[in-house]
Ligand binder design. Sequence first.
Ligand code: FPP
Length: 249
Amino acid sequence: MTLSATQKIPSYSEIPDHIAIIMDGNGRWAKQKHLPRIFGHKKGVDTLENVINFCLDEQIKYLTVFAFSTENWRRPIEEVNFLMELFLSLVQAKVTLYHKNNICLRVIGNRNNLSKTLREHIEKAEKLTEKNTAMTFTLALDYGGKWDILQAVNKLFAAEKKEITEADLAANLMLSDIPDPDLYIRTGGEKRISNFMLWQMAYAEFYFTDVLWPDFAREEFDKALNSFKKRERRYGRTSEQLPIEQQRK
Ligand code: FPP
C-alpha cells in the first residue's frame, strides 16, 4: 500500500515539522482594554515575533501563519490599511532580522490586490532569504484554502491536463515543496478552520485555545507542543500496526 500523495512526509515525530497558526483574538484583546482594534494587531506582531523565536528554539522547520484571508477585505478600510502597513513593515524592515537568523521568508496568497510597493518588497524579501535554512516562515496573505485549490486546478487546465490526479493537484498547491502542517493551532476560542490550508490540513493535529493571540506566551506554546506529543498519528492504520515507539496511548 502506498501513502496518499498529499501525505508528503508523514511525521511520527514528537516535535512537529510544520506548525500552522490562526492568530485570532487581537480585536477582542484590544476591546477588553478599551483600546481600538489596531492596538490588538500591534501587540499581535510582538506575539508573532516571540513565536518565531520559540519555533527556532525548538528547531521547528516550518511555521505558517494566517495573516490575512481572502475574506478579510470585508473589514473596515482603516483596519485593512493598518494591517497592510504591518505586513509592509514585516517584509521591509523585519526581514533583515529574519535573514540574520537564517530564516527563509515566503508569502502565499493572491498578490494581485496588494499594493505595488508591498508586492515589490515581498519579492525582495523572498529573494534575500531564499537560501536560508534554519526555518521557513510563511505568511499567508490574501490567502484562502479554496483559492489555493482553484489556482492549482487552473494551472493544470492551462497545462491542458485531461485527468487530474491527487498528486497533480498537491504538486500545484502553495507550499507543495514542504511537508503539510503537522500541528494547527488556533487561538481566540473559535473552533474553525476558516478557509485556511484546506487540502494541506488533511492530517494535521488540531489544537484550540481560548487564549487571545496577544496573550499567547511561551507557556501556551508549550501546552500546544505537549498536546501534540500525546497524539497518535495513525494515518488510517490501527494503533497495533504502528511501531511501538510511535504508539502514544
Ligand atoms: C484575527 O484577529 C487576526 C487577524 C485577521 C490579523 C492577524 C494579524 C496579526 C496577528 C498582526 C500581525 C501580523 C503580521 C504578519 C505583521 P481578529 O482581529 O479577528 O480578532 P477578534 O476575533 O478578537 O476580532
